[in-house]
Structure formats: structure tokens, C-alpha cells
Design a protein around this ligand. Structure first.
Ligand code: FE2
Length: 284
């Protein structure tokens, strides 16, 4: 890993944590049943929608195409910081939509692919520290044929901080990992032939807890699709299962905590970057 030359990118994060994702799916009942079993969530229908809720894990499903992320929701714990973030985003010329039904300053913006990114006030999510099947929704990943278009938006308009870049032999970006707080990434963007959702990830507290989650998947008859492995960027141990729509869903442990002066790293586009321990499916 070597330092990245883009010195104009700030290292100070917006101090936001991921709170909820909203996916579209053509098979809401099957997807809700999967996430209820795999991630120990309570799934409730809400009209045509499904609300899958657990402690620090919130996933909503709406009717639509598969492999699509409709919304990501981030929380900040400081109203002044939320207001400053809104001003900062407006200053970049990005259209900001204020939720007039709420008095807490919540707002959303659309990313270049039309997904809505929400910011509101709420308690910061904490790392799961209790024994047992604890994990919190912590990051998600997108696929794009033009990863730099998305990365430029999230970095320069929203203030996400790049932790690591992955480049191919020609120097083109094939992945970037962006953080919104001290944890290595809240969002990863992978180069892929088609645009879409890649995976969500719940962070558990340690290696033993990752084992317990794998045992839980076994009891539910859900086979691990990738891993157990260790990612290069982020240095977390992980495994992936696949939901009925073909999205990956990850349990991760011991993701790197980044200090405020940590320079962005550079990694080669190779399977060993995505999994230090072995096999890695390449998105491009
Ligand atoms: Fe991940």
C-alpha cells in the first residue's frame, strides 16, 4: 500500500454512520424471508413494502427491479454538523431536497445513477460489543461501468473520504473504498460491466462472532457463497451469502479504524487484493 497523490482530498470525515438501506426487488416475500433468517431480522409487510428490522440492522424492500439500491440513509449526531453538511453540498451545486415533513433538518440528494442518499440526525451507530449474534449495518457497495463518476460525486459533493484505491495495469480505477467516519469504508464502488447494487455488510465485533454467524447460516441452511476470507483494503475478515435476487450480503469483522491523517492507499487489481487468503470473484 502506498500513499495516493490526490492531496487536495480532505481527510476529515463527515462523521456519519450508515443506518438503513432500501432495495427494490421483484420478489419481496422471498427476499424478506431470506433476510429475516440470514440476518436475524423481524420482517413485517407494510403495504407492498417489507420492513426488515433488527438491532442496528435496518433493510427495507420495495417492489421493483432486482439488484437495485433505491436509498441509503446516514445519521449524524450533531444538528450543527448536519446543517454544515447541507451547506457544503449546496456549495458544490448539488441539488438538496429538504424533507419538509421533518423539523430535524433531514435532507436527501440524488447520486449520478439516481439513488437517493439521505442524511438525518440520530444516535451514532456503535460497534456491536455484546456476545452472540450481534452486528450492525455498516457499509454497502455499488457496481458501475464508470466508477470514477460515482466516486467523484461521493468525494467532492458529499465529502466521503477515500481510504483505498484499486487500479488495473493501465491505471484505471477498478474499486474505491470511501469512509464517512473512522471505519475504513461505508461505501465501496466496484467497476463492473453493468450498473447496480453489489452488497450490504453488517459488522460484527470479532473473529469468534464471525464464526458464530457462519454457524447461524449453517443452521438456517444458507451456504456461504464467498469466504471466509480477509479483504486487503480494510483488512476485515468476512464471508458473503447470496440473497434470492443474487445480491451479496456480508458479515464482516474487525474492519480497519482509520486515523484522521491516514493517507489513501493504492492496491493492484488482483484477486489477492480482494481476498488475501485465496479465491476472489472479480467484478471486472
Ligand atoms: Fe463489503
Amino acid at each position: 500500500m502506498t500513499a495516493h497523490p490526490l492531496q487536495e482530498i480532505p481527510y476529515v470525515t463527515i462523521n456519519a454512520t450508515l443506518d438503513r438501506l432500501v432495495l427494490s426487488t421483484p420478489q419481496g416475500p422471498a427476499m424478506a424471508d431470506f433476510y429475516a433468517r440470514a440476518f436475524a431480522l423481524a420482517a413485517q409487510p407494510d403495504g407492498p413494502h417489507w420492513l426488515c428490522e433488527g438491532p442496528q440492522r435496518h433493510l427495507h424492500l420495495r417492489p421493483g427491479a432486482k439488484n437495485r439500491l433505491l436509498e441509503s440513509h446516514f445519521r449524524l449526531d450533531d444538528p450543527a454538523a448536519l446543517g454544515a453538511l447541507q451547506q457544503r453540498i449546496r456549495a458544490t451545486g448539488t441539488e438538496v431536497h429538504v424533507d419538509l415533513d421533518r423539523a430535524d433538518g433531514a435532507f436527501w440528494v440524488a447520486d449520478p445513477d439516481g439513488r437517493r442518499v439521505f442524511f438525518s440526525i440520530g444516535p451514532q451507530m456503535q460497534a456491536a460489543a455484546q456476545p452472540g449474534l450481534q452486528a450492525r449495518l455498516q457499509h454497502y457497495a455499488l457496481r458501475s461501468p464508470a466508477p470514477m463518476t460515482l466516486a467523484q460525486f461521493y468525494i467532492h459533493a458529499l465529502g466521503f473520504v477515500p481510504s483505498d484505491w484499486v487500479r488495473d495495469a493501465q491505471g484505471s480505477v477498478t474499486a474505491v473504498f470511501l469512509r464517512t467516519d473512522a471505519l475504513h469504508h461505508a461505501l465501496a464502488i466496484f467497476r463492473a460491466p453493468t450498473e447496480g447494487f453489489d452488497h450490504l455488510s453488517c459488522e460484527t465485533h470479532d473473529w469468534n462472532a464471525l464464526r458464530d454467524w457462519a454457524d447461524h447460516m449453517a443452521r438456517e441452511g444458507i451456504l456461504l457463497d464467498w469466504g471466509v476470507g480477509r479483504h486487503g483494503p480494510g483488512n476485515d475478515t468476512f464471508f458473503m451469502v447470496k440473497d434470492p435476487d443474487g445480491n451479496w450480503a456480508e458479515i464482516s469483522a474487525e474492519l480497519e479504524h482509520c486515523g484522521p491523517e491516514r493517507p489513501a492507499g493504492e492496491w493492484p487489481h488482483a484477486p489477492q487484493t480482494l481476498n488475501r487468503w485465496g479465491h476472489a470473484p472479480m467484478r471486472s
